[in-house]
Design a protein around this ligand. Structure first.
Ligand code: SER
Length: 320
């Protein structure tokens, strides 16, 4: 039986991944690591939660010892747009936090999942059909922390035999917890604004293509990779994964199929636009497909139908 710690468990991915891990491995075996924000609802009620400031190694160690943790899903991070406002914080949480987790992985023989990102690429990367192994010179602090994280995870595996694994997530679209300060956040906000106001003003310009994925696929990716046969993993860390390549017009056109009066306009945020311009338009995820069977279930049509249904129901109940 696994004993799992999820850091960043109240974040966009953590809040849903923690619940899915509890369903699969048992409520009491999955500890929600929290820092400043207290968990609410199902996350607080279904299993244990503990304060884990990942920049403080003693915090993490105490929880590992108390719950005999053997696996860490290390999600605590600062997203890309906030990272440009607070580069020191992005580095501290993104790199020093991971270093602490990896040092404890040596001491307690932990398996570690680390999410890298499309942000690990930069303007000199081939941006169409971006290969698994290619040029990585990101120009955002978020990207710098993600490339460093990828390399640290490789190093701890090669040097110390730690079972590190990870993916490069694209923008994740979800309807439970809002992302906070990422470049791809528009692809979440557009659905909420469609339901609430039937219009959306997008901070990324027309024709800005980026990889995206619906949350159920993002969660399956993390768990499936951690369950994969290690003998088949040639890469282990930083697998490119994607489900769709979208620009704002394409998302809006799909929403209009359900809501013909939906309107999209633009007010470009230069910080986010510069970051988006330096990220892939579409990644090649064939290594993930070959090495551990990555196969996303949701395309744009299925995701849009589900997003509008779930957010529409929340709106009707006055929960937005
Ligand atoms: N969603 C992230 C961001 O925009 C990318 O991994 O910062």
């Amino acid at each position: 039986m696994k004993n799992i710690l999820v850091t960043g468990s109240v974040g966009q991915i953590g809040s849903e991944l923690t619940l899915e891990l509890r369903k699969r491995y048992g409520n009491d075996n999955v500890v929600a690591g929290i820092n400043r924000t207290l968990p609410t609802g199902e996350l607080a009620e279904t299993g244990p939660y503990e304060k884990v400031d990942t920049t403080n190694i003693d915090d993490i160690k105490a929880v590992i010892e108390k719950y005999k943790i053997d696996t860490v899903y290390h999600l605590a991070a600062v997203l890309s747009a906030v990272g440009e406002q607070k580069p020191g914080l992005a580095w501290d949480i993104g790199v020093n936090g991971l270093y602490n987790v990896l040092e404890l992985a040596r001491e307690f023989n932990l398996a570690v999942f680390f999410p890298s990102s499309i942000g690990a690429f930069g303007p000199t990367t081939p941006l169409d059909n971006t290969p698994q192994d290619t040029i990585q010179r990101p120009t955002s602090m978020y990207g710098v922390t993600k490339v460093t994280g990828e390399m640290l995870c490789d190093y701890y595996h090669l040097r110390f035999g730690i079972d590190t694994r990870g993916v490069r997530y694209p923008g994740i679209i979800s309807n439970v917890t809002l992302p906070g300060g990422g470049t791809t956040d528009y692809a979440v906000e557009i659905y909420y604004e469609a339901i609430k106001n039937r219009k959306y003003t997008c901070p990324l310009g027309k024709g800005t293509f980026l990889d995206m994925m619906y949350m159920p696929d993002a969660i399956d990716a993390a768990i499936d990779l951690m369950e994969a046969d290690p003998g088949k993993l040639k890469h282990r860390n930083a697998f490119n994964i994607t489900a769709m390549s979208l620009d704002p017009e394409t998302v809006a056109a799909e929403i209009k199929k359900h809501m013909p009066d939906f309107k999209l306009d633009y007010d470009v945020d230069s910080v986010k636009q510069n970051i988006a311009n330096s990220w892939p338009n579409s990644m090649d995820d064939s290594c993930a497909r070959e090495e551990w069977g990555w196969d996303p279930k949701f395309d744009l049509a299925a995701m849009t139908e589900d997003m509008l249904k779930v957010i529409g129901e929340k709106h009707a109940k006055g929960q937005l």
